[in-house]
Design a protein around this ligand. Structure first.
Ligand code: GLN
Length: 497
């Protein structure tokens, strides 16, 4: 019986965490080329059902892997993670590889350079598997706003993987990449991580360079890891974090070794349980119960958990949906048919007519809606009523966090108010879709780091717990997440595809 059980849990190569793979690579049990091939074998087996990728870069991945193998064979000291294949959200610029943002307007755009995060990962020897699907220009919470395809949740193919980094999350959950990079403007790393049973982190604003990251809302956007466990998250964050001359908003704060805190005792750490975001309206009871159980576990590990209120958090949704569209309307003005991507082939009567027809053809409905809203809240007469007020509210939200962090080392709530919903279920109900982000939006408005950690299941669908920290205190989040992870095995579950 016991032998039988052992048999059935034999782990296949594509199911390993990135750090487990790292060990096999270093011990030369397998080669980087074999690791890439394992990803592509898995892609061949499941991608027609999952549809995580917009573009696969097999030749490039094999080339990068061969270089890693050759350098390792020659005895060269390589970064520990060299040879572990990665997927990139399709708004990270990749030199010579299409970067579409899942938009028709950029369908043919091939960047002439790498985003800094991509450059750092390839310097660390990570072969690029491909570019992952997303909501168009990262606007959405389900990946249904992609102009090209709908990605399925590997845990239930009739459900969404979350968004906007849904392709990145689905690829990692399905074993089609060992880890991935996404971006998070209002929850787009953490929410898909939660819905796909992954660890996902939005680092502090300024922790990671945004150079070469196609902008959605520049004061909120941040790149971060989607991984199978906390150690992988720490490793990948370490690769991408740090000051970049080419992004003036990247911080000159030294980058610690994020793996150093893993395994450190959490006794005495104080966690604030955010009342509004755990007991508030809209949080599904199974989600609440799973997070409550996780908090009990943290208690039993010696942490002091206590309720705290963030009184302005209820204004996060309206505040975000003024600021993000305002910034997007400005950022997306550059897609005019002159400089990038698509240009209308219809007859045009003036240059303005050309802009209008190009944009009408190139953008999807959600993107258009946000550009219109953003233009409205920034226009004379409405600026004070909406945009300026939203900035003031943003300050209040930020202050709530500052006050809470005077008493607590970190804060806790669910990542998503519900488990993965059905494809199409919320597509026609913009408010319901936006409510998917109630727990994640305040973090981007405050600029602080937060991560989602698997903490349970409801009806076979994953649930995530969100840990929020002080600016640049990613280490405490990783320390607590790791301690929690060691005491459960949610993160070890893999979907049966
Ligand atoms: N769902 C939110 C939005 O649509 C957040 C998206 C994101 O983080 N990129 O704006």
């Amino acid at each position: 019986m016991a032998a039988d059980t052992k048999e059935t849990i034999t782990v296949q190569l594509h199911e390993l965490t990135a750090w487990e793979l790292t060990q096999k690579l270093q011990q030369r049990e397998i080669s980087a080329v074999e690791a890439v091939e394992a990803c592509f074998d898995r892609i061949a087996a499941v991608e027609d059902r999952v549809k995580a990728y917009l573009c696969l870069t097999r030749d490039q991945a094999l080339q990068q892997a061969r270089e890693v193998d050759a350098r390792r064979a020659s005895g060269e000291a390589l970064p520990a993670t060299a040879g572990v294949p990665i997927a990139y959200k399709d708004l990270l610029c990749t030199d010579g590889v299409p970067t579409t943002c899942a938009s028709r307007i950029l369908a043919n755009f091939v960047p002439p350079y790498d985003a800094t995060v991509v450059e750092r990962c390839s310097q660390a020897g990570l072969p690029m598997v491909g570019k992952a699907n997303m909501d168009e220009f990262a606007m959405g919470s389900s990946t249904e706003n992609s102009a090209f395809q709908i990605t399925a949740n590997p845990w239930d193919l009739e459900r969404v993987p979350g968004g906007s980094s849904g392709g990145s999350a689905a690829a990692v959950a399905a074993g089609e990449a060992f880890w991935a990079l996404g971006t998070d403007t209002g929850g787009s790393i953490r929410q898909p991580a939660s819905l796909c049973n992954l660890v996902g982190m939005k680092p502090t604003y300024g922790r990671v360079s945004r150079y070469g990251v196609v902008a959605y809302a520049s004061s909120l956007d941040q790149v971060g890891p989607l991984t199978r466990d906390v150690r992988d998250c720490a490793l990948l964050l370490g690769l991408i974090a740090g000051r970049d001359q080419r992004d003036s908003t990247s911080a000159a704060v030294p980058v610690p070794d994020y793996t150093e805190v893993l395994g450190r005792d959490v006794t005495g750490l104080r966690a604030g349980i955010v009342r509004e975001l755990l007991y508030g309206e809209g949080i599904e009871s199974d989600v609440r119960e799973a997070v409550e159980a996780a908090i009990k576990t943290l208690d039993s590990l010696g942490m002091a958990c206590e309720e705290v209120s963030l009184p302005h958090s209820e204004y996060s949704l309206p505040c975000y949906y003024i600021i993000a569209p305002a910034e997007c309307s400005s950022n997306l003005a550059r897609y005019d048919g002159v400089r990038y991507g698509h240009r209308t082939e219809r007859e045009t009567t003036s240059v303005y007519d050309m802009f209008a027809k190009t944009r009408e053809e190139g953008f999807g409905d959600e993107v258009k809606l946000r550009i219109i809203k953003g233009t409205y809240v920034l226009s004379a007469g409405y600026y004070d009523a909406y945009y300026r007020k939203a900035l003031q509210v943003r300050t209040l939200i930020k202050r709530d966090f500052e006050q809470a962090f005077e008493r607590f080392d970190l804060l806790i709530c669910p990542t998503s108010p519900s488990v993965a919903f059905r494809i199409g279920e919320k597509a026609d109900d913009p408010l319901a879709m936006k409510l998917a982000d109630i727990c994640t939006l305040p973090i981007n408005l405050a600029g602080i780091p937060a991560m989602s950690v698997p903490c349970g299941f409801s009806g076979g669908l994953p649930i995530g717990m969100q840990l929020m920290g002080k600016p640049f205190d990613e280490p405490t989040l990783l320390q607590v997440a790791y301690a929690y992870e060691q005491s459960c095995d949610w993160h070890r579950r893999r979907p049966a595809l």
